[in-house]
Design a protein. Structure first.
Length: 333
């Protein structure tokens, strides 16, 4: 796994990308205010992740194939090394027979598996693998533009910027309801998140409901969409609609699994406690936990947005569309 992520980093750097973060299991090396730091962070269902920022040049001129396939290239290299050593090392000593040879065989098998599962284009649970992403970049200019914007947004969020603090032109032309392709739909979710960060709750909910009815989103993207519909329905007083989704066990299980890696899930749990269960003490505990563990999340900008939204809703009535609170709580950065 380390070799796979290092392959993304190496080929990304050779293609002009900038370092953002490098995670293996629950340890992540990241760039924080111009310096490197290590922190603990994990995402359920993933063993590693390498995030980079694309070079500042026209998107059509930014290479992407090497960045995507760098990971599988490293796995192929390790598989070859393991196979060669396993084949040629004699099994004469105890160490060679019971340690070296089995280890090299295991190295070859595991890396061959990673090479195949990441290199053969496919989507699993709504997530495209490296081969599928590399292929879509070649075939679809729109998907490539979406991917580059996603990398830039992720880099900015990780550095602590909120969505509403990013250049408006990044998301201005994103058409939420006509997004086609996995990456374009991820970008559409960021456009909806921007509306929430601007407190345009009613408009965001209407678009989310239309997307949900179209059944275009599946897997993780569907769960993310349903989490936000539940949250907005609760804060806008539509409890029955919110509970129709929240009572689905898979959605609740997903929320619990992701609450340690996604601050928006804590925001959702806060809304359930406050508006559905009417348990103010429980809501305060959830909010206090989110604030005290804010530094544990990778996307610092998202945490700031979620804390600001909760403070805004706590300090004011549900705002009208586009209204921004004048309270200090709504303006924290």
């Amino acid at each position: 796994v380390t070799a796979h992520e290092f392959g993304h980093f190496l080929f990304g750097r050779l293609s002009g990308y900038g370092f953002v973060s490098f995670r293996v299991v629950n340890w992540v090396l990241l760039r924080d205010n111009g310096r490197r730091r290590v922190k603990r962070f994990s995402i359920p269902g993933t063993l590693g992740q390498c995030l980079m920022a694309p070079p500042e040049k026209p998107i059509s001129r930014i290479p992407s194939t090497a960045y995507f396939l760098g990971g599988v290239a490293m796995n192929l290299l390790l598989a070859a090394v393991g196979a060669v050593v396993w084949w040629y090392v004699p099994s004469e000593s105890v160490v060679e027979k019971w340690i070296v040879v089995p280890s090299m065989l295991l190295l070859a098998i595991v890396n061959s598996f990673l090479f195949l599962t990441n290199g053969i284009p496919m989507c699993v649970g709504g997530i495209a693998n490296d081969g599928e992403n590399a292929l879509s970049m070649k075939k679809n200019t729109t998907e490539k533009m979406a991917f580059m914007l996603l990398l830039r947004i992720n880099s900015a969020l990780q550095s602590g910027k909120r969505l509403k603090e990013l250049p408006r032109e990044w998301l201005a032309d994103v058409e939420v309801l006509v997004a086609e392709g996995m990456l374009s739909r991820n970008l559409a979710l960021y456009k909806l998140a921007l509306m929430c960060d601007l407190y345009q709750f009613q408009e965001a909910l209407e678009l989310m409901e239309e997307l949900h009815q179209s059944k275009q989103y599946t897997g993780i993207l569907q769960y993310e969409l349903e989490c936000e519909i539940t949250f907005l329905s609760l804060v806008l007083g539509r409890k029955e609609q919110a509970m129709t989704l929240w009572n689905q066990k898979p959605l609740r299980r997903y929320t619990e699994e992701m609450r340690s890696s996604s601050s928006s899930k804590c925001r959702l749990l806060w809304a359930v406690a406050k508006y559905q269960e009417c348990d103010e003490a429980k809501a305060q505990r959830i909010f206090a936990h989110l604030q005290s563990h804010a530094d544990d999340y990778l996307m610092a900008g998202e945490v700031k947005s979620d804390i600001a939204i909760i403070r805004h809703l706590t300090a004011t009535d549900v705002p009208s569309e586009g209204e921004e609170s004048e309270t200090p709580a709504a303006g924290i950065h």
